[in-house]
Design a protein around this ligand. Structure first.
Ligand SMILES: Cc1cc2nc3c(=O)[nH]c(=O)nc-3n(C[C@H](O)[C@H](O)[C@H](O)COP(=O)(O)O)c2cc1C
Length: 378
C-alpha cells in the first residue's frame, strides 16, 4: 500500500512539474553584439525575465561571433522565432539604425512576415550605442521592422527612472534601455542602465505571460535540447580528456556558421598512443584503441566549442578517418566503426553521420590514425 502511495505521489509530482513547465513563458533574448555591451544588457534583461518565476529566458545570437565572451552562445534560427512567447531584441546602434548583423537576420524573416507568423507576439528592444548619437532614432527604426511583423511592442515609458543617478549621462529611453559604451566616465552599462534593463525584462515577462497562448499560429514548444550530457557520459563511463594543445599554427576547432570543424590524432597524456603503421608496428586492436582515444579528443574539443554544453550539438555531420596503413590494407571501415559507435553512443540519432575512411602512407607525429569531424551546433 505504502509503495502504491509513493508511486502515486511521484506520478502526481511529475505531472505537476510538466504542467508548470508548460505554463511558463519562453522568452528569447535575441542579440547581435560586436564588443559585448549589448550582451551585457541582454544578461540584465534575462535576469529580469527570470525574476518573474513563470518565465524562462534564452539568450541567442543572430550570427556566430568570434568574440571570446560571446562565441559559446547559441545562434538562433529564423524558424524558431515563432516558438517563443516573447522576443527581446538587442543590437548595437549603427548610424542611428539597427546593426547590419541584426538587419541581415531580420531580412531572412520575409516568409514569417507574409505568413503572419509573428503577429501578436510581444517584442521589446534594447541597444548599445557609442556616444549615444541617434540612439532613439535607432530604437525607433528597430520598432519599424517589428511593427511591420505585427508584433506587440512593449515600451519602457519612464519606468524606474526616479532611481537613476542624474549626475551622469544615462541611456534610458522611453522605448527601451540603451547604454553608451564610449562614454568612459563610469563603467558601461552603468548601474542605473543595468537596473533599468532588468526592470524592462521583468515587465516584458509579465506582458509575455499575460499574452501567452493567445497567438493562434504558435508552434507547440521550444525544443530545449538540453539533455544533461555530463550525466550521459558518466552513465556510459566515458571520460573526456583535456583538450589537446595545437602542435602548430592552427586552432583546435573553427566554427563557421553553425558548423564546427575539428581534426585530431591519437594524443593521450601528451604522447601519441599506440603510434606507427598498422601491421608493421601496431596491430588492429591497437589501432582501434588509438581510434577511440582520437575520437575522445574530438569530443573534448567539441565540448569546448559549445561552451561546455554538449546539448548544443544538433548533429554529427561527417567523420573522416585516416589510417596509417600499407598499400594493400582494405578494412579501414572496421577500424573507423570504433569512432562512429562512440559518437552514436553519446549522441543517439544526432550522432548518425556521413563518413569517409582511407589509408595514408604516413600520418603526422606517427599517429596510427587521424579523425576529421564536422558537427552542426546551436
Ligand atoms: C558601423 C557603425 C556605426 C555606428 N554608429 C553609431 C551611431 O550612430 N551612434 C552611436 O552612438 N554609436 C555608433 N556606433 C558605435 C556602436 O553602437 C557601439 O560601439 C556599441 O556599443 C557596440 O555594441 P556592442 O558592444 O554590443 O558591439 C557605431 C558602430 C559601428 C561599427
Amino acid at each position: 500500500m505504502k509503495k502504491i502511495c509513493s508511486l502515486f505521489i511521484l506520478i502526481l509530482l511529475f505531472n505537476t512539474t510538466q504542467i508548470m513547465a508548460q505554463n511558463k513563458a519562453k522568452i528569447l533574448v535575441l542579440i547581435h553584439s560586436d564588443n559585448g555591451r549589448t550582451y551585457e544588457l541582454a544578461k540584465e534583461i534575462a535576469k529580469g525575465i527570470e525574476s518573474e518565476n513563470n518565465a524562462d529566458s534564452y539568450i541567442k545570437l543572430v550570427k556566430p561571433s568570434q568574440n571570446p565572451n560571446l562565441k559559446s552562445l547559441p545562434v538562433a534560427t529564423v524558424d524558431e522565432l515563432a516558438n517563443y512567447d516573447g522576443i527581446a531584441f538587442g543590437s548595437p546602434v549603427y548610424f542611428g539604425n539597427i546593426s547590419t548583423g541584426m538587419s541581415e537576420f531580420l531580412s531572412k524573416t520575409v516568409q514569417l512576415w507574409t505568413e503572419h507568423t509573428l503577429e501578436g507576439i510581444p517584442a521589446t528592444v534594447f541597444m548599445s550605442a557609442g556616444s549615444g548619437a541617434g540612439k532613439e532614432l535607432a530604437i525607433q527604426s528597430f520598432w519599424n521592422s517589428l511593427a511591420v511583423h505585427g508584433m506587440i511592442l512593449v515600451s519602457n515609458g519612464i519606468r524606474g527612472t526616479e532611481e537613476l543617478n542624474k549626475a551622469i549621462p544615462q541611456g534610458n529611453s522611453v522605448l527601451g534601455i540603451t547604454t553608451m559604451a564610449s562614454l568612459k566616465d563610469v563603467e558601461r552599462p552603468t548601474k542605473g542602465e543595468r537596473a533599468l534593463a532588468e526592470l524592462q525584462g521583468r515587465n516584458f515577462a509579465k506582458v509575455s505571460l499575460a499574452l501567452k497562448d493567445t497567438h493562434p499560429k504558435r508552434a507547440v514548444s521550444v525544443t530545449e535540447n538540453h539533455q544533461n550530457f555530463n550525466e550521459i557520459l558518466k552513465q556510459k563511463n566515458i571520460v573526456l580528456p583535456q583538450v589537446p594543445k595545437p602542435a602548430g599554427n592552427y586552432q583546435p576547432f573553427v566554427r563557421s556558421g553553425n558548423l564546427v570543424f575539428i581534426n585530431q590524432v591519437a594524443l593521450k597524456d601528451g604522447k601519441i598512443f599506440n603510434p606507427g603503421k598498422l601491421e608493421v608496428e601496431v596491430n588492429e586492436q591497437q589501432v582501434k584503441d588509438a581510434t577511440r582515444v582520437t575520437m575522445l579528443n574530438v569530443l573534448a574539443v567539441l565540448q569546448e566549442a559549445v561552451g561546455g554544453d554538449l546539448g548544443r550539438v544538433k548533429q554529427c555531420v561527417q567523420l573522416t578517418g585516416i589510417f596509417n596503413t600499407k598499400d594493400d590494407y582494405a578494412k579501414h571501415a572496421e577500424l573507423m566503426n570504433i569512432a562512429s559507435d562512440l559518437t552514436a553512443e553519446v549522441f543517439g540519432d544526432k550522432g548518425k553521420h556521413a563518413r569517409a575512411t582511407f589509408g595514408a602512407s604516413s600520418i603526422p607525429v606517427n599517429s596510427s590514425v587521424e579523425i576529421q569531424a564536422v558537427f552542426e551546433v546551436e
